[in-house]
Design a binder for this molecule. Structure first.
Ligand SMILES: *[C@@H]1O[C@H](CO)[C@@H](O)[C@H](O)[C@H]1NC(C)=O
Ligand SMILES: *[C@@H]1O[C@H](CO)[C@@H](O)[C@H](O)[C@H]1NC(C)=O
Ligand SMILES: *[C@@H]1O[C@H](CO)[C@@H](O)[C@H](O)[C@H]1NC(C)=O
Ligand SMILES: *[C@@H]1O[C@H](CO)[C@@H](O)[C@H](O)[C@H]1NC(C)=O
Ligand SMILES: *[C@@H]1O[C@H](CO)[C@@H](O)[C@H](O)[C@H]1NC(C)=O
Ligand SMILES: *[C@@H]1O[C@H](CO)[C@@H](O)[C@H](O)[C@H]1NC(C)=O
Ligand SMILES: *[C@@H]1O[C@H](CO)[C@@H](O)[C@H](O)[C@H]1NC(C)=O
Ligand SMILES: *[C@@H]1O[C@H](CO)[C@@H](O)[C@H](O)[C@H]1NC(C)=O
Ligand SMILES: *[C@@H]1O[C@H](CO)[C@@H](O)[C@H](O)[C@H]1NC(C)=O
Length: 575
C-alpha cells in the first residue's frame, strides 16, 4: 500500500516538474564517515591522521557543505539544503558529532568540520563574522576568533568506558565477537584460505614487510593489518609504490576484504554483525529525536569511526548484492554512508510547519572516498530494485528494526560484556525493578567482576569518608606508567582481555595517576594473537601463550585507575 502510494507520489513528481506540485526538503542527515589516511595499525607508534588524511576529511566536509548548506532551490522541485540550518556560523544545536576516541578519528572530525563550516573571515564569509551579542565588545569592536575566525565544533568522543562507544564501534570491546574470531580460525574455510595464501604472504614479507612484520604475523589471519600497512606505504613510500605489482596489491586487498567480510558482514550471526546493529540503533534514535524535536536538533549527525560498522550495516541493510559489489570491499578511507530523512510535501499546502511523518522518506547514499572520481551515489535499501531510490520513513523504521538493538542491555548480553557500564543495564542489582530472569545471561566471570566492583565501591566509600574526615591525600606515584601496571597481567595482554580485569576477592585498592602516553590505541584486536590462542586451545596448553607484547594497553590514560593487585591504600600525607 505504502509502496503504491509512494510510486504515485513519484509519478506525480515526475509529471509535474515545471509547476512543482511537490517539494522535497531534507530534514535530517546521518553521515557515518570513515577516518582519513592514518599511520598503519601494525605499529606500536601512535596512530595518527596524516596531513593527507586531514585534507581528505576537509574535502569530505566541503562536499557536504555544498550539498547541505550552500545549495539553493533547484528546478527539480526542491533542495538538498537542510531545513533551517545555519549556513555560515556553526550552531551547536544543529549538529551532533561523535567520534571514536582515537586521535585519527577525532582529528578527522575536526578536519571535516573545517570543510563543513570554514573560518568566518574567509573571503566569502566576511559578512558573517558579526555574531550578535557574542563577538562584539562594549567599546564597539567586533572580535574575530583566531585562525581567521576558526569555528570550534562540539566533537564528542567515546572511550571504551563510555557507553556511547558501543554505538560507534560495537565490536571493539565485545568478548563474544572475539570468541567468534577464535572460532573462525578453527574452520575449514579459514584453513583453506590460510594455506592457499601462505606463499603469497611470505613472498610479500620477503619483498616488502620484513622490516616491520614478524615472520609469524605473515598470513591470511593478518590480511587486514597487512593491507592496512601496504595501503599506507603505497601512498607514502615511493620505493614500495614502484616495486609492488598492482596485481599483488589487488590480491592483498581482496584477501583483507575477505577477512573483514567474514568477521563483520555475517547477517545471520547477531554477534559478527554487532557493529552494524549498533549503528542502526542510533540511526533510528537520531531520526526519532529529530522528529520529536520538530527539526530543532539533530539536523546534521556526523559520526567518525572505523570501517567495521559500515561493512556490517551494508550487509544487514541489504545494500550488498552482485549489482552493488562495491559493498563487498573495505570502504576507502574518507568514505561516507549517508542516510537522509527528507519530506515531500505539496507546494500549495503552504504549511511551513514541520511535516508529518507520513510525508517523510529515507534514502541512502555512499560517498566512495574523497578523490575527484568519487561520487555520492544512491543505492536502494533492503535489497530493493535499483529504481527504488527511497523508502517511506515507516518502512525504513520497520526495516532497521529487524536487526537494531533494543538498548545497551541487549548489547551487553549479546557480547557477554563485562564493560564497566554493563552491570547497570543487565539487571544484576537488587533494585525492585530487577527481574530475576534477567540474570540468565550472566556468566560467573561477570558475577565475579560485579562482586569485586561492589567490594571496591565499599573500599572507595570508606576511603572517601576518611578523606573527608581526616583529610588524607592519595599518594601520587609519579612516573608510574602502564608498563608497570601491566606487570600484574603478565606481558601477554590478549585482545580478548577486557579493559577492566578484576580478581575475585581482590583485597586492597590503590589509586594511581598514570602519565599520559603518546602511544595509545583503540585499534582492532590483534588477530595473530588470537590465532595463537586458538592453536594453543587445541593443543590444550592455554596459559603459555607466546605472542608479541600487547599493542593495546588495557587502561585509558588521563584517568585515575584502580589497581586491585596493589597493596591497600596507605595514607601518605596528613594535612
Ligand atoms: C556583505 O554585505 C553587503 C551589504 O549587506 C554587500 O554589499 C556585500 O557584497 C556583502 N559582501 C560579501 C562578501 O558577501
Ligand atoms: C576595544 O577593546 C579591545 C579589547 O580590550 C581592544 O583590543 C580594542 O582595541 C578596543 N577598541 C577600541 C576602538 O578601543
Ligand atoms: C606477487 O608476489 C609474489 C610473492 O608474494 C611474487 O612471487 C610475484 O612475482 C608477484 N607478482 C607480481 C606480478 O609481481
Ligand atoms: C619503503 O619501502 C621499502 C620497501 O618495502 C622499505 O625497504 C623502506 O624501508 C621503506 N621506506 C620507509 C621510509 O619506510
Ligand atoms: C556466519 O557465521 C556462522 C557462525 O557464526 C557460520 O556458521 C556461517 O557459515 C557464517 N555465514 C557466512 C556466510 O559466512
Ligand atoms: C499533518 O497532518 C494533519 C492531519 O493529518 C494536517 O492537518 C496537517 O496540516 C499536516 N501537517 C503538515 C505540515 O503537512
Ligand atoms: C566511485 O564511484 C564513481 C561512480 O560510481 C566511480 O566512477 C569511481 O571510480 C569510484 N571511485 C572509487 C575511488 O571507488
Ligand atoms: C520477569 O520477567 C518475566 C519474563 O521475562 C515476566 O513474565 C515476569 O512478569 C517478570 N517479573 C517481574 C516482577 O517483572
Ligand atoms: C576446533 O574445531 C573442532 C571440531 O571442528 C573442535 O573439536 C575443537 O574444540 C575446536 N577448537 C577450538 C579452539 O574451538
Amino acid at each position: 500500500m505504502a509502496q503504491i502510494l509512494f510510486t504515485y507520489v513519484a509519478v506525480l513528481l515526475a509529471l509535474s516538474k515545471p509547476s512543482v506540485a511537490f517539494q522535497q526538503q531534507v530534514l535530517s542527515s546521518f553521515i557515518y564517515t570513515q577516518h582519513g589516511d592514518r599511520t598503519p595499525l601494525y605499529s606500536r607508534e601512535a596512530h595518527v591522521l596524516t596531513p593527507y588524511g586531514a585534507r581528505q576529511m576537509y574535502n569530505a566536509g566541503s562536499r557536504f557543505r555544498s550539498r547541505y548548506l550552500t545549495t539553493t532551490f533547484n528546478s527539480a522541485g526542491g533542495t538538498t539544503a537542510i531545513r533551517d540550518i545555519s549556513h555560515y556560523q556553526l550552531n551547536p544545536d544543529d549538529v551532533s558529532i561523535l567520534a571514536n576516541n582515537d586521535q585519527f578519528n577525532v582529528a578527522s572530525a575536526q578536519a571535516f568540520m573545517q570543510g563543513l563550516y570554514p573560518p568566518l573571515a574567509d573571503a566569502a564569509n566576511l559578512n558573517y563574522t558579526q555574531m550578535a551579542g557574542i563577538s562584539d565588545l562594549a567599546n564597539g569592536t567586533n572580535i574575530v576568533a583566531p585562525l581567521n575566525g576558526y569555528q570550534y565544533p562540539p566533537v564528542r568522543t567515546a572511550s571504551s568506558y563510555d557507553l556511547n562507544s558501543i554505538w560507534i564501534d560495537g565490536a571493539a570491546d565485545c568478548p563474544a565477537w572475539t570468541q567468534r574470531l577464535v572460532e573462525y580460525y578453527n574452520t575449514s574455510d579459514f584453513e583453506f584460505l590460510y594455506t592457499s595464501t601462505l606463499a603469497f604472504y611470505q613472498g610479500l614479507g620477503d619483498d616488502f614487510l620484513s622490516n616491520n612484520f614478524a615472520p609469524n604475523d605473515l598470513g591470511y589471519f593478518d590480511s587486514y593489518y597487512i593491507w592496512d600497512y601496504l595501503q599506507y606505504e603505497y601512498l607514502h613510500n615511493s620505493t614500495l609504490r614502484n616495486t609492488i605489482s598492482s596485481l599483488n596489491m589487488t590480491r592483498a586487498k581482496i584477501f583483507a576484504a575477505d577477512w573483514v567480510y567474514a568477521m563483520f558482514a555475517n547477517r545471520t550471526d547477531p554477534v559478527k554483525s554487532i557493529s552494524g546493529r549498533s549503528l542502526a540503533t542510533q540511526i533510528l534514535s537520531t531520526f526519532n529525536n529529530a522528529i520529536q524535536m520538530e527539526g530543532q536538533t539533530n539536523k546534521l549527525n556526523l559520526w567518525f569511526g572505523d570501517f567495521s560498522p559500515m561493512v556490517s550495516f551494508a550487509a544487514l541493510a541489504g545494500l550488498t548484492s552482485n549489482q552493488n559489489a562495491i559493498f563487498y570491499n573495505i570502504p576507502p578511507m574518507g568514505s561516507s554512508f549517508v542516510i537522509e530523512l527528507f519530506s515531500m510535501v505539496a507546494d500549495d499546502s503552504s504549511t511551513s510547519g514541520f511535516p508529518n511523518t507520513s510525508d517523510m522518506f529515507v534514502r541512502f547514499f555512499f560517498q566512495n572516498g574523497t578523490d575527484e572520481y568519487s561520487d555520492l551515489v544512491n543505492y536502494p535499501l533492503f535489497g530493493r530494485s535499483p529504481s527504488s531510490e527511497y523508502v517511506s520513513y515507516s518502512e525504513f523504521v520497520s526495516g532497521l528494526s529487524q536487526f537494531s538493538l533494543s538498548g545497551v542491555r541487549e548489547w551487553c548480553e549479546t557480547c557477554g560484556s563485562y564493560s564497566i557500564f554493563c552491570p547497570a543495564y543487565t539487571g544484576v542489582d537488587d533494585s525492585p525493578i530487577s527481574n530475576s530472569s534477567h540474570r540468565r545471561g550472566l556468566s560467573p566471570t561477570v558475577a565475579g567482576v560485579i562482586g569485586a566492583l561492589v567490594a571496591l565501591a565499599v573500599v572507595a566509600f570508606v576511603f572517601v569518608l576518611l578523606m573527608l574526615l581526616a583529610g588524607f591525600r592519595v599518594h601520587r606515584k609519579e612516573g608510574k606508567k602502564r608498563s608497570s601496571i601491566a606487570g600484574f597481567k603478565g606481558s601477554q595482554k590478549l585482545a580478548s582481555d577486557q579493559d577492566l580485569t578484576l580478581p575475585k576477592g581482590g583485597a586492597g585498592a590503590t589509586v594511581l595517576s598514570t602519565e599520559p602516553e603518546t602511544s595509545k590505541g583503540h585499534e582492532r584486536v590483534g588477530s595473530w594473537e588470537l590465532r595463537e590462542q586458538a592453536k594453543k586451545k587445541e593443543a590444550g596448553q592455554m596459559g603459555a601463550v607466546t605472542s608479541p607484547p600487547p599493542r593495546r594497553s588495557s587502561y585509558e590514560e588521563d584517568e585515575v585507575h584502580v589497581d586491585p593487585y596493589a597493596p591497600a591504600v596507605k595514607p601518605h600525607d596528613h594535612v
